[in-house]
Design a protein around this ligand. Sequence first.
Ligand SMILES: Cc1ncc(COP(=O)(O)O)c(C=O)c1O
Length: 436
Amino acid sequence: MSKTDTKINNSMLGRSEIQSMAEKLYLEGLNLSATETIELLKSTVAHNYGLLSQDPVIRAEGAWLYTRNGRKIFDGVAAYSAANLGHNHPLVREMLLHFLAHQSPTVLGRFMPDPFLALFGRKITEMTGYDCFLPANGGVEAPEGAIKLARRWGNNIKKVKGTPEIIYFAGCFHGRTLTVTQMLGDDIALDGFGPYVPGFKKIPFGDFAALKNAVNENTIAILIEPIQGEGGINIPPDGYLQELHNYARKNNVLVIYDEVQTGWGRTGKLFAWEHDGENCRPDILCFGKSISAGYAPVSGILARKELMDLFGPGSHGSTFGGCPISSAIAYAALHAIEMEKLPEQASEKGKYLMTELQKIADKSPHIESIRGKGLMIGIELKKGGPDGHHYSEIFMEKGMIVKDTHEWVLRFTPPIVASKDDLDYALKLMREVFIG
Ligand SMILES: Cc1ncc(COP(=O)(O)O)c(C=O)c1O
């Protein structure tokens, strides 16, 4: 350390040394070769995801990713809907720079009052019409929290006599912790992870008779995605969600919507439940993904006060859930969602894409059907031809991410802020691949 260099924040190093070291660390990442990156990923990181590309991404802006080897790729899945606002949204980025410049606490522990969590709470409740929320981190923590809350209600308020039961749906996806892993239909996800948490009953999606059949005196909740995302963009029949809510209410059963993927404008409303009106407002709403504009893992649940009050101190929580930096990011992201009018944009752009994609489907020998709501779009492929993974690879080669789900469906969920030109680029590639 030079004589003029002052130490900062109890660090061993002086300011200038910190600055040059930070730059060096950053450049190390920026300049790591594609080969080294792939080798390190293979040798040091769990292989729980396959790679669709061997070309590392080093910059991201709006709907576009820029790679180590100089390619530009359209993010047609918006980082699994975590980037509804696009990558590096400027409002959230600027807010974060202020936050860091002022030495704001990044993490405290919830026992210390934090103004950004308070502001996050006010904004999210105002925007969604719920009384209060429980902050968490990764998306899966939202259904986990909802399940715990429903069980506490079922045991302590409804006072079921047997094992409290939660109904869930074939084709659902709620994440990969032990509680919800059992809900995944596919063998790869299930093999060897038992025994599972008891108290869950699976029924077909969109079948009201099956639902009526499944509810009994021990049923405490129904856990549903209003549109199944990972399951293949499955939309329930008209009126189904209305019937579900009426039946749940009649039988004193809570309704939990997992809107981790469908939330924050994706389907053309702030939340997908709104398509069916206030009668379909869920008792517990799970959210995640683009609540943070992709800057940090932020998720949570929303509920009425009397329900949320069942969580007292010590009953639920996590060190980072609702920490100041996540709260500041989410607070800015909520303003960005409002400012960008994400639901309106998704609705308008979704109509355009659906019309154009239908024209492609009409001419293509490879597409069975197109379905979707807002910018949550599924392309069902003709069985017997190349599968979804094959097309994901072809689109990646051409410069666009489109991901397969359940073998025969391609998921197309671009950033909601993607421009008309961006979407036309995607449509051009679709025409090339599906019509030729
Ligand atoms: C409906 C739904 N719930 C929960 C999750 C889990 O979120 P995460 O992967 O952030 O844990 C996902 C992820 O795609 C999802 O689509």
